[in-house]
Design a protein around this ligand. Structure first.
Ligand SMILES: *Cc1c(COP(=O)(O)O)cnc(C)c1O
Length: 357
């Protein structure tokens, strides 16, 4: 059995956790602060604020930009549901713009048509580890005075024109076990704005600027020092992990036949959170079943685009987004994680090529 994800937890993580347990400071403390500093440095942002999950990172980031009822946030329909749900939590409305069929990311050419007087932000999702086309997105944001909230949950260390994701706008990362690095559960908001960073810290901790004085409604979205200790140990391994993902993806790209393999634009570093192929001609489910029967743990990210999920249709979403809908019918993500051996990669290639050709 080859699994689709395999978090690599070593002695460093275990020892770091034991040190926290022995220290007596378990909740948000010095490890969280150290993790925030190291994470900000990794993505080339001035500040990072740790939260309890990627979802709460998105929620906090939106609130920190004062997004709420009456506002609209443009985002992708082809993503994990947390991207759009975080907008709903604030009382604002997600507005879906179709994706580019090659990158699976927001199609910048379709964004402007979705802007209304209520649009407050664009939330590009750097899906599967590939950065969105940020140059046109930043230009649109600047022209219409919109905030950029990057859903970077799948793209730790990914870069566009040499600049790391999470540093173009307000970045939101997840540290869930299947992500490129993990803290078990956890999230991180990154920003170059002192004001936004401070807003995030306040919202994360019950709207408290001064101890037990609460000027606004906040939450308990803190990260614990136990989680931060794991995250800090994992962050030190981000580059070797990423290199292994990129090498695995290169091998798959070179050897798979008869399927549409990922393309990486010249201007981008794709960190391959997922290695996602397309199986056209209505054969996806058959190939998926064949792979599963051979013990290859693959996944469909995502089988239903967000605008077609029941939560959203019940809210009255009835848009047609043909590229996202087509992608949902054709994609399969194959294992690409750093724990794969060369024998695993050969097995995956032989299985896919055997089923498709
Ligand atoms: C994982 C993920 C999230 C949510 O992160 P959690 O840590 O699971 O809350 C948000 N957006 C995307 C694109 C994700 O993949």
């Amino acid at each position: 059995m080859i699994s689709i994800a395999n978090p690599l937890i070593g002695e460093e993580e275990k020892q770091a956790v034991m040190e926290v347990l022995d220290s007596g400071i378990l909740a948000q403390g010095p490890r969280v602060k150290a993790f925030e500093e190291a994470f900000a440095e990794m993505c080339g942002a001035k500040y990072a604020v740790a939260t309890s999950s990627g979802t709460t990172a998105l929620h906090v980031a939106l609130l920190a930009h004062d997004i709420g009822p009456g506002d609209e946030v443009i985002t992708s329909p082809f993503t994990f549901i947390a991207s759009a749900n975080s907008v709903l939590y604030t009382g604002a409305r997600p507005v879906f713009v179709d994706i580019d069929p090659v990158s699976f990311n927001l199609d910048p050419a379709k964004i402007e048509a979705a802007i209304t007087p209520n649009t407050k932000a664009i939330m590009p999702v750097h899906l599967f580890g590939l950065p969105c086309e940020m140059t046109p997105i930043l230009a649109i944001a600047q022209k219409h005075n919109l905030v950029i909230i990057e859903d970077s949950a799948q793209s730790h260390g990914a870069a566009y024109h040499g600049q790391r994701v999470g540093s173009f706008g307000t970045g939101c990362f997840s540290l869930y076990p299947t992500k490129n690095i993990t803290s078990a559960e956890g999230g991180m908001v990154t920003t170059n704005s002192e004001e936004i960073a401070e807003n995030c810290r306040v919202i994360r901790q019950h709207g408290m600027r001064r101890r037990y004085y609460h000027d606004e409604l906040g939450f308990n979205f803190r990260m614990t020092d136990v989680h931060a200790a794991i995250g800090l140990a994992q962050l030190k391994k981000l580059w070797p992990f990423t290199e292994a993902r990129i090498n695995n993806a290169r091998f798959l790209n070179q050897h798979l036949e008869g399927v549409v393999t990922p393309t990486v634009p010249e201007n981008s570093t794709h960190v391959f959170h997922q290695y996602t192929i397309r199986v056209p001609n209505g054969r996806r489910d058959e190939v998926l079943a064949g792979l599963q029967a051979q013990g290859i743990g693959c996944g469909v990210y995502y089988p239903v685009p967000v605008h077609q999920q029941r939560v959203y249709t019940e809210l009255g979403y009835a848009v047609s987004l043909p590229e996202a809908e087509q992608a949902a019918l054709e994609v399969i993500s194959l294992p690409v994680h750093p724990a794969l051996s060369s024998a695993d990669l050969e097995t995956i290639v032989a299985a896919v090529n055997g089923l498709v050709n």
